[in-house]
Design a protein around this ligand. Structure first.
Ligand code: SF4
Length: 61
């Protein structure tokens, strides 16, 4: 399967400087390991807090 990094980057809302940007498989695995969600689950305002925790997500719902 071909990597879709370039396409993914066009849809990525993450503003944190990170080497996983555009690599959704690595991004999701990383945050899942830490009981977190990727930036794309959060609004632009909430994403900027860099709090990716499930708890924060649930509070903001
Ligand atoms: S959501 Fe997390 S892992 Fe994904 S690009 Fe942003 S900081 Fe990196």
């Amino acid at each position: 399967m071909e990597c879709k990094k370039e396409t993914n980057l066009k849809n990525c809302n993450c503003t944190y400087p990170c080497s996983r940007k555009g690599m959704c498989c690595d991004c999701l695995a990383y945050h899942r390991r830490n009981n977190e969600l990727p930036a794309c689950y959060f609004s632009a305002e909430d994403e900027k807090t860099y709090d990716r925790s499930v708890e924060f997500y649930m509070r903001r719902k």
